[in-house]
Design a protein around this ligand. Structure first.
Ligand code: SF4
Length: 237
């Protein structure tokens, strides 16, 4: 996790991206503790949640993903793949690599940088109307390890174990943006916007200081600020 933070800061000079990484690390600590206590794990190779056409994330939440993809020179190819999916009416996540032998199985090609919802899914819950924590597990967990899920539900209900909360943790990430960039939307759309903003910002920084594109630059015009990732690309351009 530390290296991701360094990458965000160094290659994008983007403190918001580093903040997102820090909340992602907090989510991981909580979900890993939940997994250790409950013994609930994802079956090897399961990609059921990534197959959903309804995965949503905010632009701010996918900034670490975008930073790495831009750094690797994959901006255009990922955006092209998103367009291709849109033409086919396929809204499943473009970063999922399906196993050719069984398309329901596969892996996330950017697992370490995945957004909050992907870190929380299956290992987090909600508060009910009376403020009591509720855990239900994902459909696959309920099918393959029903006893562990039932035990976890009881333990959560009786408040014997802490439950990571979707709204609190995903909300913490989204609150890093004070505008629409913190609003969840279909993941491919959020990723495309984050890629465009991050690539634009990187180009700007390269112009400001060609010797150190990640530094934020120090040219003669000290009033110039790198475009915020919150600024629409067409405005920042
Ligand atoms: S970002 Fe990764 S974990 Fe999240 S839906 Fe896409 S492929 Fe799955």
């Amino acid at each position: 996790m530390k290296s991701v933070s360094v990458q965000c800061v160094r290659s994008e000079s983007d403190p918001q991206c580093a903040e997102v990484v820090s909340v992602h690390a907090k989510i991981d600590r909580q979900t890993e503790a939940f997994q250790r206590t409950t013994n609930i794990r994802c079956p090897d190779g399961c990609g059921a949640c990534c197959h959903s056409p309804h995965v949503e994330a905010s632009v701010i939440d996918v900034l670490p993903l975008a930073a790495e993809l831009v750094e690797r020179g994959l901006t255009e190819s990922v955006i092209d793949r998103i367009h291709e999916r849109e033409r086919r009416g396929d809204s499943s996540c473009v970063l999922f690599h399906a196993d050719p032998a069984d398309p329901k199985q596969g892996r996330c090609s950017m697992y370490a940088r995945r957004p909050a919802v992907c870190r929380l899914f299956g290992f987090a819950g909600r508060l009910d109307a009376d403020g009591h924590p509720q855990y239900s597990g994902c459909r696959i967990h309920r099918e393959v390890m029903p006893a562990a899920v039932a035990a976890a539900r009881r333990a959560v209900r009786e408040r014997r174990i802490p439950l990571p909360l979707f709204s609190r943790l995903a909300g913490e990430v989204n609150a890093i943006a004070s505008d629409s960039l913190g609003r969840p939307q279909p993941i491919n759309r959020a990723l495309r916007e984050a890629l465009q903003r991050t690539a634009l910002r990187r180009r700007y920084l390269a112009e400001v200081d060609p010797d150190d594109p990640g530094s934020g630059g120090h040219d003669d015009n000290n009033d110039r600020q790198p475009p915020s990732p919150h600024m629409p690309p067409e405005v920042a351009a």
